[in-house]
Each structure stands twice: as structure tokens, then as C-alpha cells.
Design a protein around this ligand. Structure first.
Ligand code: SF4
Length: 449
């Protein structure tokens, strides 16, 4: 969500006539789009701002802005700690960033952070249309902002506000526009995608309808989404996934803990049995489903027994991979006040290591099981570690590398690759055939005489 917000910000700046700078030192405008999910976000921000201070002294017309979740949370403190910042804006008024920069150039430093979202602005599709995307054939699509849940460890509801869904017709129009520009893959974004549309209809969520409608758009071949909430993953979403050819067989279903006691303290709204049963329903309906999750180790009050229950659920769920996090208190959340129940660092470190071992084993098992299979791969470009290899993603979202044997396997092309080796975090393969070339338009640099 944060990265997509950065793309939208970049798009807004480009639409104002700005161009990307070579580096920070030559930029006329630097915007930090901050996140508060991880620990030490403030240390990183103030250290980065500190590095820019001398540049700002040297070039006073250079503008520095801070936006995003940390700006929303710490609005007043930023100018106090870094008086050389020109603009502070929050999560709810990202689209006003260019106007705020213009105002600050005329009037001096300013802080403009809205306490709550303006529903009209949150539903506006214009900033998404301007987005400068990293991959021209793949796009993110934000379908809702905010979250109405109250997970005890999470800062998101207080910095992103209540859930606001964008109109379904606007999303389909955006998908159609993306397809016309050559985008073939859309990743749908929301804090709790399954509840998309509840604020629009007041009757039932519209997420399954949205998946089906996006699946109808000509040219959109792959649809992914993140994240569904396990308590809200209903049969209608599973059916839409199973019955819409463009929806990829990939489900990121955040478990967080396998202990019912910890899940209740986290206020997640499901227990381990319910989670496993919904996962079993999804696997029964969707062929070859790739399942990933999020897990927090060391939530306040987590005992050895709770942790062992988590390990047992993780083993039963048989995840393809997982994002694992060590609990870190976020100021202003319920869990941050459970100081008496905080788990010792060395205990957490040991549990984290044991959990990673179980997850790495299952990741490897899933990848080895794919050896000899033929995968449909969307090419991303040369491998970052070896420029003789090409990297891409399978329909399940798995990273695969294969040697360059056909120059038509260009970024954005759809190819078939036979898997020759499964490693814990990637697959290796051999190119079998190129199904089609890239669909996006390639902009050629202007040649000056
Ligand atoms: S569902 Fe829970 S973890 Fe996810 S954004 Fe909402 S409050 Fe945070």
C-alpha cells in the first residue's frame, strides 16, 4: 500500500511537469513517504533527513516533504526535530502534496495533516491514474483505504482511518484503462479486501463481484490480491477465485498466531480451527493453490505452550512461505500497554529461529515438488544476481530464474518454463516456449541532434 502510494505521489509530481532526479543530491524536491509498521521507522527517517540537512543549507530552494503514516502520527514533532523540512502531510491528503509544495515555496514551512479521510478524496481515482509504475505490465489497484478492525498490535486503523471503498465501476474503469495501456497483471490492494464494498452497499461485501468484474476485462491475464482477513474469507470469494480464470491460484492469509489464547488477545476474530477450515475450503476449490501467511512471534503473554500450538498449526497449514515478524510495540496500540506480559528478547529469538526452520522446510518441500512441471511465467527482466539469467513469476507468484536462450523472452512477455530445481526461496528452470511478447508500449528515448 505504501509503495503504491509512492507511485501515486511520483505520478502527481510528473503531472506537474517534474522529472525523476538522478540522485538525492541533485533533486529539487525530495519526499519521504513513511511507514510505521516496522520498528525504527523514526530512526531511519531522522537519519535520512539529517543527511539532507547540509544539502538544504547549500540549496535553500530545494524542498523536502514528509508524508505517510509516520507523518500522520507524529505530525507536530517532525518540524521540531528537523526544522529544514518544508512540508508535512498525512495519509489522507496525499493528493494535495504538489499543491502543498507550491504553497510552502511561497509561504514557508507548513504542516497539513487531516485527522480523518475525506470520503470523496479517498474514492477519487485520479491519483491512481497518474501513478508512475515500476513495471509497465503490472499495476497495483487500491480498492479501499483504512480498516475497521481492532487488532491489538496494529497501528493502521489510527493512521489510515476507517474503511472507505472505492466504487466498483471506477475500479473496473481503471482496470480497463490499465489493460489498454498494456498492463496484463493487477494486484488488488486493501487492508481487508474481503470487506470491500460493505460501506457502499450496507448489505454485503462486493469483493467477489469485483474479482469477477476485473476478470472480464480483456487483456488482464493475472489478478492477485492482498490481504484477505481470515475471519471474512467467505465461500463467495473462494468461488470467485475458482471460477475466474484470470485470478491467480495464490492466497495470502495472515494467521499471526496458531494459539487460540493469543489470537483472542490479538483480537483477530477467529481461532485456529476456523482458520484451518477456511484454508481447507479454499484448497478444495482452487487447484494448485499457493498459500502464504504472516506470523508474529512473541506477542505479549505468548508462552512456550502457545508457541508450540503455533508450530502445530503452521505444520498443518503447510504454507508455501511466510512473512515472520518479531513483535514490536507500536505506541498507541492496545498491545503496547501489555508491558507486564512482554516476552524476553532471547526467548523470542529462539522461537523465531525454530519457526523459520519449520517454514523453510515446508517452502523447500513445495518447491522441490514442482521440479519437472511446466510453469506459465510472466518475464520481469534480467536476474539481479546473474545477468545471464532471466527472472519472472509463475501464476502462483513464485520467483523463477532461467537462462537466456531466446531474445523474445523480453520483460512483460508470457513464456513457458520447465522447472529443473526447487530452492527454498526460488525456482530454477529452462525456457520451453514463448507464448506471447510484451503488450505494454515501450517509450523510446528522444534523440537530440
Ligand atoms: S485487519 Fe488488523 S492487522 Fe490488518 S490492518 Fe486492520 S487492524 Fe491492522
Amino acid at each position: 500500500m505504501n509503495e503504491h502510494d509512492s507511485e501515486r505521489l511520483a505520478g502527481l509530481l510528473v503531472s506537474e511537469g517534474m522529472v525523476p532526479a538522478e540522485d538525492d543530491a541533485s533533486a529539487d524536491v525530495v519526499i519521504f513517504n513513511t511507514c510505521t509498521i516496522r520498528e525504527n521507522a523514526d530512526l531511519k527517517l531522522y537519519s535520512a533527513l539529517g543527511h539532507l540537512k547540509a544539502e538544504k543549507v547549500r540549496r535553500p530552494d530545494m524542498q523536502i516533504a514528509v508524508g505517510g503514516c509516520m507523518a500522520q502520527k507524529d505530525r507536530g514533532q517532525i518540524l521540531e526535530r528537523a526544522g529544514w523540512v518544508d512540508v508535512v502531510f498525512g495519509t489522507h491528503n496525499l493528493a494535495s502534496a504538489p499543491a502543498l509544495l507550491r504553497r510552502a515555496a511561497a509561504e514557508g514551512p507548513l504542516v497539513d495533516v487531516w485527522d480523518a479521510p475525506d470520503p470523496e478524496a479517498a474514492r477519487d481515482m485520479a491519483p491512481a491514474l497518474y501513478a508512475v509504475r515500476e513495471l509497465p505490465w503490472a499495476a497495483w489497484m487500491t480498492i479501499q483505504t483504512g480498516c475497521d478492525n481492532t487488532c491489538a498490535y496494529c497501528i493502521v486503523p489510527s493512521v489510515r482511518g476507517e474503511e472507505i471503498s472505492r466504487p466498483l465501476d471506477d475500479l473496473v474503469a481503471e482496470g480497463t484503462m490499465l489493460a489498454k495501456s498494456g498492463v496484463t497483471e493487477i494486484t488488488v490492494l486493501g487492508q481487508n479486501v474481503n470487506s470491500y464494498g460493505r460501506d457502499i452497499t450496507k448489505r454485503r461485501p462486493l469483493f467477489a463481484d469485483l474479482l469477477r468484474a476485473l476478470g472480464e476485462i480483456e487483456g488482464i491475464e493475472r489478478i492477485r490480491f492482498t490481504s484477505p482477513h481470515p475471519k471474512d474469507l467467505g465461500p463467495e470469494t473462494i468461488a470467485a477465485m475458482a471460477e475466474t480464470a484470470a485470478v491467480c491460484p495464490q492466497l495470502h492469509l495472515p494467521l499471526q498466531s496458531g494459539s487460540d489464547k493469543v489470537l483472542s488477545a490479538m483480537r483477530r476474530g477467529y481461532n485456529s480451527a476456523r482458520y484451518l477450515s477456511r484454508l481447507a475450503d479454499a484448497r478444495a476449490r482452487i487447484d494448485d493453490l499457493h498459500v502464504t501467511t504472516d506470523l508474529i512471534v512473541g506477542f505479549p503473554g505468548e508462552t512456550e505452550k502457545d508457541f508450540e500450538e503455533s508450530l502445530a498449526v503452521v505444520a498443518e497449514a503447510d504454507f508455501d512461505s511466510a512473512y515472520t515478524f518479531i513483535f514490536s510495540p507500536r505506541e498507541g496500540t492496545r498491545a503496547a500497554d501489555m508491558v507486564d506480559d512482554f516476552v524476553a528478547d532471547e526467548v523470542i529469538a529462539d522461537r523465531f529461529r525454530r519457526l523459520k526452520e519449520v517454514l523453510d522446510r515446508s517452502a523447500l518441500r513445495h518447491h522441490v515438488a514442482r521440479e519437472g512441471r511446466r510453469e506459465e511465467v510472466l518475464v520481469e527482466g534480467p536476474s539481479r544476481r546473474n545477468d545471464q539469467m532471466i527472472s519472472g513469476r509463475t501464476r502462483q507468484g513464485k520467483l523463477i530464474h532461467f537462462p537466456i536462450t531466446d531474445v523474445s523472452a523480453r520483460p512483460g512477455a508470457l513464456v513457458h518454463v520447465e522447472v529443473t530445481h526447487g530452492a527454498p526461496y526460488h525456482l530454477l528452470g529452462e525456457l520451453v516456449s514463448v507464448e506471447r511478447g510484451p503488450r505494454h508500449k515501450v517509450r523510446l528515448p528522444l534523440l537530440r541532434s
